[in-house]
Design a protein around this ligand. Structure first.
Ligand code: NIG
Ligand code: FE
Length: 420
């Protein structure tokens, strides 16, 4: 059955972020959100047809008013659907037992090196069948939607063998097909060196390069290729080889960089031409400059630093240096078990030195660019996907000010009302 047009009317603030489809926002432009007061949007065929003041739109659509479903957004905030550009959505099991250990002083890396952390989730994920993985991950995707997130990136990396990495990516693909939230897949076979390869990590790197990447690409299971470049995990040299191998198979490079210590990850991201470099808590000044020059999106994950009780990345410095910054939950079972992108926005203001306008740009248009979707989502513009959130707050500043509260009122995905 054909969907009726949707007419969202009278938004107190309609934040469009118009004009940023070709490249992400940087510096001062991150503060220029393009706000329409008493704004309205006509959505039809899953696409944004017209955006403007209510007066402008009613003139155009008066004669078709009867056939549309009208949503009154008086006094409310309307934004593009939120985009989470960095998650580890698909996994099995849980790790709350590690929380007590960390609270008593054990570090993230100590727990991982003792066989916990990523290795624990890998064991649980390897043991789970596809149905279980699907069910556990779908639950998280439902929760993302409750918070206004309409597109997520999802990484593999808890399979750590050809068979299980493919299983994880296939589940992500099924979720993309069956769930209203769009799921964009990233292969991350280089998330950890599996325990049996501990004495011979090069052998695992070889498998990632010569077996996994070609097969994942052949099956069309991922768009991106990510690597955890960190001392004790993959070296910058190994990371470069893995990312360059991916490029040969059409997988766009991403990197977990400089999370625990400065390790040349930001520099490597610029040198390889990564779409994004993520974490960056300890990125060097030169690395940040190189990223700005090359236009690598910096995906910052303040929820992870918060949860690991670590020092935050300097969002302010990166924006001022010209890096296009995006924000993400890093949703995963160990270092950031959350789906609340609005909470991350609040942390962006309080802990990364970003303005409310910058954090909104960072979870919409810049996040879309971090997953090469800047031309289809991330702003409210004619021709883009009809993904819209109505928040029950009068303006975008209130969205991050009243923190820890879910302000979502209505979620519209591809022109369909999913939550109201
Ligand atoms: O982005 N840093 C590496 N990977 C994830 C954590 C994964 C996990 O602990 O399970 C991250 O923080
Ligand atoms: Fe991550």
């Amino acid at each position: 059955m054909q969907q009726k047009p949707l007419f969202v009317r009278h938004a107190g603030q309609l934040v469009t972020l118009k004009g940023s489809s070709s490249s992400p926002l940087r510096k001062q432009t991150m503060n220029e959100l393009k706000i329409i007061e008493d704004g309205s949007v006509w959505l039809e065929d899953g696409v944004i047809q017209k955006v403007g003041t209510d007066e402008e739109l009613i003139r155009l659509y008066q004669s078709r008013l009867q056939e549309a479903t009208v949503i009154d957004a008086t006094g409310k905030l309307v934004t593009p659907g939120l985009v989470d550009p960095h998650t580890h959505l698909v996994y099995a099991g849980s790790r709350e037992n590690e929380f007590g250990m960390r609270l008593q002083g054990a570090t993230y890396m100590e727990i991982m090196n003792a066989g916990g952390g990523i290795h624990a989730t890998t064991t649980a994920t390897q043991q789970a069948d596809s149905q279980q993985l699907f069910a556990e991950s779908k639950r998280r995707l439902d929760q993302f939607l409750q918070y206004g997130v309409t597109t997520v990136e999802a990484k593999s990396g808890y399979g750590l063998s050809l068979e299980h990495e493919i299983k994880q990516l296939e589940v992500a693909q099924q979720l993309n097909e069956k769930h209203d939230v769009d799921v964009v897949s990233t292969f991350m076979g280089a998330h950890a060196v599996p325990v049996p390869y501990k004495e011979n990590p090069e052998k695992y790197v070889d498998e990632v390069i010569h077996e996994m990447i070609p097969e994942v690409a052949r099956r069309g299971l991922a768009e991106f290729n990510d690597v955890f470049c960190e001392r004790g995990v993959f070296t910058p040299e190994q990371s470069r080889r893995i990312l360059e191998a991916g490029l040969q198979y059409g997988l766009h490079p991403k990197i977990h960089a400089d999370e625990i210590e400065p390790y040349g990850g930001a520099e490597l991201a610029a040198s390889v031409g990564c779409v994004s470099a993520d974490h960056l808590l300890r990125a060097s000044e030169q690395g940040i400059e190189a990223m700005a020059d090359r236009g690598v999106v910096g995906v910052l994950l303040p929820g992870t630093a918060f949860f690991l009780m670590a020092e935050m990345a300097s969002g302010r410095k990166m924006i001022d240096a010209g890096v296009p910054v995006a924000l993400s939950t890093d949703c995963n079972p160990g270092s950031s078990p959350t789906v609340s992108l609005p909470l991350i926005m609040n942390l962006g203001c309080l802990k990364l030195g970003m303005t409310p306008a910058e954090v909104l740009a960072a979870v919409t248009i810049n996040a879309a660019h971090a997953i090469r979707r800047g031309h289809v989502i991330g702003s409210i513009e004619e021709g883009k996907a009809a993904d819209l959130i109505i928040f029950d707050v009068p303006n975008y500043k209130s969205l991050v000010y009243y923190y820890g509260i879910n302000h979502v009122h209505t979620v519209i995905k591809r022109g369909k009302v999913l939550i109201q």
